[in-house]
Design a protein around this ligand. Structure first.
Ligand SMILES: C[S@@+](CC[C@H](N)C(=O)[O-])C[C@H]1O[C@@H](n2cnc3c(N)ncnc32)[C@H](O)[C@@H]1O
Length: 400
């Protein structure tokens, strides 16, 4: 089993909760479990947390009658995890392995802190009273790292805005999308979601881009993040991040990707931004989105730009994404149309339950759009409604 598979197994195991987890973990190799979990912890640590001098965190993890030792080094060269004793034990964390797994992969609020003991080595003490005494600097760095490790183990309400800045994604700063994502994605944050983003970034360069995939990985701490791009971006795969290659203007290749995902909760289109591609991807993938899911389209302003196959002469042409979107609004109200055929509604009319439009960004909710229209006797055709001086309706007139 590789680390990617182990990560997904640990998500399943953690779902067994505080009572079932020990049984499930007993069947796994504790070293492999610990290494995978500590790699996840490494990913969650703030990459800007470079310390000089380096700090070693010694993990002593017990699993039944076995115990495993791992060292996590935070220094100028980044953060590394190795099996065994740390060269210098600045911080020691003793913990039940099952509780480490629960802290990283379990549902929010899982009881997992009680078996954890953290100590920062306070001996032998500084040799001088100088504020730059080397021992004192090492001690302070160790305390900071211990605090960062504990924060990463129980994140305080992560926000898309913070994760965007941390990952270098352009969704906050260059664009102001992250605040809207915070509003709409919060309820999915702790669920085991499958997120699919069209457009990985970095274009032809296989190892470049992926900022938003890493951002979603941080934000959805129990989610699997799927990136899709027309170019080969396979080097960007990592635990909880899967890379797919497809052309968003080709329904067949999109369906092949969706077939590999066990139910998609959230789709984000940040791909070509060509209206015809955006519409094709929507027609293909929206039906494959779970009920209760969200479909997001970024950079919709390209709809108005001929350079992106958009149009600036007609704002309602359904060949542009914005024109198509306006038609979706009519569909959202299909029950209220006057002609019988429109009232039946298309598949999309019956499956789009809400549309939230922001500057350059759209969120579309999926579900059963089954609300009924007003009763038949409410006036539709005649226009003899009596209005008050302020314009409010005081007397509904029967439409018979
Ligand atoms: C704006 S970048 C994505 C940035 C990324 N979502 C982020 O926020 O970090 C657009 C990506 O879409 C990809 N792309 C362009 N046309 C595409 C198509 N027809 N199908 C799939 N991906 C496409 C490009 O290769 C590029 O990597």
């Amino acid at each position: 089993m590789n680390d990617v598979e182990m990560t997904e197994l640990l998500l399943d195991i953690a779902d067994a909760g505080e009572h079932g987890i020990a049984d499930r973990l007993r069947r796994e190799n504790p070293c492999h479990v610990a290494r995978t979990a500590l790699e996840e912890l490494t990913f969650r640590l703030n990459p800007a947390m470079v310390t000089e001098p380096a700090v070693d965190v010694q993990f002593l993890l017990s699993a039944g009658d076995r115990s495993v030792e791992f060292a996590l080094r935070v220094g100028a060269a980044g953060i590394q995890v190795t099996e065994g004793k740390a060269p210098q034990q600045s911080v020691t964390i003793r913990w039940e392995l099952r509780d480490l797994v629960l802290a990283l992969y379990g549902r929010p609020g899982a009881a997992c802190d009680a078996t954890r003991v953290v100590s920062v080595d306070g001996e032998p003490g500084p040799r001088t009273n100088a504020p730059d005494d080397p021992w004192l600097l090492r001690y302070k760095a160790a305390g900071r790292v211990a605090g960062e490790v504990l924060n990463a183990l129980s994140p305080v309400a992560p926000s898309v805005r913070h994760e965007a800045l941390k990952a270098g994604a352009d969704k906050w700063g260059e664009n102001w999308f992250a605040a809207h994502y915070d509003r709409h994605f919060a309820k999915y944050r702790d669920r085991r979601v499958n997120v699919l983003e069209i457009g990985i970034g970095g274009f032809e360069a296989p190892g470049e881009g992926g900022e938003s995939l890493r951002m979603w990985k941080s934000y959805f701490r129990r989610g699997i993040i799927h990136g899709l791009d027309i170019f080969d971006k396979s080097p960007l795969a990592q635990p909880r991040v899967r890379i797919h290659r497809a052309d968003q203007s080709d329904p067949l290749s999109l369906r092949e990707v969706a077939d590999q995902i066990d139910g998609i909760d959230l789709i984000i289109d940040d791909g070509s931004h060509i209206s015809s591609h955006t519409i094709t991807a929507f027609h293909t993938l929206f039906p494959l989105l779970k009920d209760g899911g969200l479909y997001v389209v970024e950079d919709v302003q390209t709809s108005y730009w001929p350079g992106w196959n958009g149009g600036h002469t007609s704002f309602t042409h359904t060949a542009t994404w914005i024109g198509f979107l306006k038609k979706l609004i009519d569909g959202l109200h299909h029950q209220d149309q006057l002609d019988e055929e429109s009232r039946l509604g298309s598949y999309l009319d019956r499956s789009v339950t809400a549309i939230h439009v922001y500057h350059n960004l759209v969120f579309i909710e999926k579900g059963v759009n089954g609300e009924s229209t007003a009763p038949s006797w409410v006036r539709r055709h005649t226009n003899d409604m009596e209005l008050t001086p302020r314009g409010s309706m005081v007397k509904p007139v029967l439409d018979r």
